[in-house]
Structure formats: C-alpha cells, structure tokens
Design a protein around this ligand. Sequence first.
Ligand SMILES: Nc1ccn([C@@H]2O[C@H](COP(=O)(O)O)[C@@H](O)[C@H]2O)c(=O)n1
Ligand SMILES: C[C@@]1(CO)OP(=O)(O)OP(=O)(O)OC[C@H]1O
Length: 184
Amino acid sequence: MRVGMGYDVHKLVEERELILGGVNIPHTLGLLGHSDADVLLHAIMDALLGAAALGDIGKHFPDTDEKYKGISSLKLLEHVGKLIEQEGYVIENIDATVIAQKPKLRPYIEEMEENIAKTLHIEKEQINVKATTEERLGFTGREEGIAAQAICSLNSIYDGSYAVADTGAGCSGCTGCSAGRSPE
Ligand SMILES: Nc1ccn([C@@H]2O[C@H](COP(=O)(O)O)[C@@H](O)[C@H]2O)c(=O)n1
Ligand SMILES: C[C@@]1(CO)OP(=O)(O)OP(=O)(O)OC[C@H]1O
C-alpha cells in the first residue's frame, strides 16, 4: 500500500463562485484561481498524484496553459483518476478536511463525496470529507482564504497483495483486498 498527502489554499474574493468538491455553494465570496479553484479537489488530486509518485497538479495542469482557465476541477480529477489507473493503482480510501470559517459546509458534504466517488469510479464509502474552522484564527479564520488537506491510500495491482475485482482471474497469493474478497 502507498499513501499520499495533499494540501492547497485559495484566496476568497468577491465575484467568484465558491465550488468545493464539485458543489456550487451559495456564499458572498468565492475562490480565486486559474481553474474553478476547487481547493478540496486540488488537495485530493495532489494526494493521489503523490501516492503514485506522479508529481503534483501544477506539473500536469500548468496555470500558464489557457486550456485550464476556468476548468471544472472535476475534469482534472477524472484525468488524475485515469493516470492512477494506468499506473496500476486502485484507490483504497481518501480522507480530506476543508478548513473554512464560513460558510457552514456540512449540508454539502454528502454531495461532494458523491461527486468525488462518481468521478473516480469508486464507492462513496471510500471517501470521507470533513470541515473545520480554525476558530477565527489565521487567514482562514479571517475569511481571507480556504485551505484543504487530503490523504489517500492506493494499492498496486502488481504487488501480489491486491486482487482486482471482476476479472474472474482468481487471486493467487491474495491477502485480502478492498474489493471485499477474502484472503485465499
Ligand atoms: N465551514 C465549516 C466548518 C465546520 N463545520 C462543521 O462544524 C463542526 C465544528 O467545527 P469547529 O471548527 O468549530 O470544530 C465541524 O466538525 C463540522 O462538522 C462545517 O460544517 N463547516
Ligand atoms: C489547478 C490549476 C490549473 O491550471 O490552477 P489553479 O486553479 O490556480 O490552482 P492551483 O492549486 O493554484 O495550481 C494548480 C493549477 O495548475
């Protein structure tokens, strides 16, 4: 198993939408960025890329490239999901925290988790998104920006301990896997 971590920050400004986990959240301020500035998805992508030793989002989607201007980060996440799969990795789980003084995010968390699961073709139970304030301290507390942290774990289909679901190929030497099969 391999783990990766991601961290990102975007500035809160007027006249921008607030999009987190692919959910458009009603708020007086939105996040500034070259893309849609979905700070949660950016942290998750960096965690996934980190776990697979594939660099970071700036390497794959440079903010100097016009084609990423205003792009939905769900599209970028979909691409990262494909890269991970091409490298032979299967996502075990993702855990993330959004650090925001406002707005209250709890009502939107489930939809964020559904968006992420659907985009990465994994189960919603493999994703957990949390929100916290920093008790009015620092830049998030002053509502100058929103930060997000993420951690993920990946299994390699080549390391002998992970059995790929639905291949019907059997699980030689299997020690159990997230596909729900028992150890052989
Ligand atoms: N933007 C936020 C921040 C927090 N929450 C929820 O409130 C709980 C308490 O937050 P504290 O920062 O006071 O510990 C937290 O566990 C979240 O469930 C939220 O929904 N949106
Ligand atoms: C996502 C990208 C895509 O152009 O742009 P931003 O939305 O500015 O996000 P950031 O986390 O600053 O950097 C990664 C960028 O490459």
